[in-house]
Design a protein around this ligand. Structure first.
Ligand code: CTP
Length: 405
């Protein structure tokens, strides 16, 4: 994963949300990143350096005039080692300093000397956030290439509701990953990912669905974003959070997914078709709730559009988009033979085959054991997390573009 081995400098400034930065530090370390924490003096009034030091297993730097003995020129050292500088929470005061090039403490000096991508997670009172001075400062930083995540809406420290909350750790991690990968193997490419299981309504309260959780598709959207791609995620209903930096286009039925995918593909280089699309829908949708009778009920089902077949038809024309199409074959028997048949029939560049009858591979779990099949090769992958599998699939997609070049 992209955070493995990355050097992250985490700046913590003086707001009530500073305690949440401890969780961010922990998640970064768990993901394999090295984390150097720099706190402003004000931040230490909200949370002490100790939890950061304990979790990161590195000394925490506070301000310029209280440097640890062996850390002379700490701002230069930190700024040069950073793959990303993230400031969470970022107060209005620190944002103002960064926008104006003020360097009056270790964190603002580090930021000024740093050429790595800057990620800011602002947190403050809603009226402060809305103030034209803050908005102008943020706009200046965005214009210079900073990645700004949040703030979110909700209950603020004052007890009032409004925009100003530090966003969830998962969103900040998403922004860091996107910043790290911005020059990755799919930079400049546009990727459409489908996810989840479509729902085909039967009446106002019922639908025909399937057991797809959407986890594989969401992991693919994140992995494509981490490789620098612009990502459109066409998703059937799921319980999952939209990843930071990914454009969500929610759909319900196979017909809606088909229309949304075909229109998104006009701008796309890659289609990753991870959704479990219903092959049949109720032939009639009752306008009123179907009441039970004394006997059995027979449903009549009609075929839905095969989205990949429609895409294959489009691609039969010269120079048609997208350049790379990846399908998924979730099978319960004859896994490889069925998958190879779909690769040919749906004119795919790659198919990801997996046996969904295994308990550690398939619906709703976080792991998968897959085989990647293209025209010439068959790569058996070991059991791994869906996030790792997604990264492997994206690597293969990038290499398909390389080969064509
Ligand atoms: N797929 C699609 N449109 C459909 C059904 C499936 O685009 N109406 C896509 C899936 O997203 C997946 C691939 O086709 O990437 C294979 O899906 P699967 O359900 O395994 O294949 P089917 O073609 O439905 O074949 P079968 O029912 O014989 O298993």
């Amino acid at each position: 994963m992209i955070l493995q081995g990355a050097d992250i400098v985490l700046g913590v400034t003086g707001g009530i949300a500073a305690y949440k930065a401890v969780d961010l530090c922990s998640k970064l370390v768990q993901a394999g990143a090295g984390v150097d924490v720099v706190m402003t003096d004000a931040a230490t009034h909200f949370v002490t350096p100790l939890p950061f030091q304990t979790i990161s297993k590195r000394p925490v730097s506070v301000d310029q005039f209280r440097l640890l003995r062996d850390m002379d020129m700490a701002h230069i050292e930190l700024s040069k080692k950073a793959d990303v500088l993230v400031i969470a929470p970022a107060t209005a005061n620190t944002i103002a300093k960064l926008a104006n090039g003020v360097a009056d403490n270790l964190l603002s000096s580090t930021a000024l000397a740093c050429t790595a991508p800057l990620v800011l997670a602002p947190a403050m009172d809603a009226d402060m956030w809305a103030h034209p001075a803050v908005q102008r400062n943020v706009a200046v930083l965005v214009e210079r290439g900073a990645w700004v995540v949040g703030p979110g809406e909700g209950r603020l420290a004052s007890g009032r509701m409004g925009r100003g909350r530090l966003v969830d750790t998962s969103q900040i991690l998403g922004a860091i990953r996107q910043a790290l990968g911005s020059r990755g193997a799919l930079a400049g490419r546009s990727v459409v990912v489908t996810a989840g299981g479509t729902q085909e309504p039967l009446d106002p309260v019922r639908y025909l669905g399937n057991r797809s959780s959407g986890k594989m598709g969401y992991a693919l959207a994140e992995a494509a974003r981490d490789a620098g791609a612009r990502v459109v995620l066409v998703s059937a209903p799921t319980a999952l959070e939209t990843p930071f930096g990914v454009e969500l286009r929610p759909v319900q039925t196979a017909a809606e997914m088909a229309a949304t995918v075909l229109s998104a593909l006009e701008q796309a280089d890659v289609l990753l078709m991870a959704a479990a699309v219903a092959d049949y829908r109720p032939a009639e949708v009752s306008l009123q709730k179907i009441k039970k009778g004394s006997g059995d009920l027979a449903l009549s089902l009609a075929r839905t559009t095969d989205i990949l077949a429609a895409v294959a038809e489009r691609r039969a024309q010269p120079d048609a988009r997208p350049g790379v199409v990846v399908g998924f074959a979730a099978e319960t028997e004859h896994v490889l033979a069925n998958a190879r048949d779909k690769l040919v029939r749906k004119r795919l560049d790659l198919i990801v085959a997996n046996d969904v009858s295994a308990s550690d591979s398939g619906f709703a779990v976080d792991t998968n054991r897959a085989t990647l099949i293209d025209q010439e090769t068959e790569e058996n992958l070991p059991l791994m997390s869906k996030a790792d599998l997604a990264a492997r699939i994206i690597q293969r997609v990038a290499s398909l573009f390389e080969v064509r070049r």
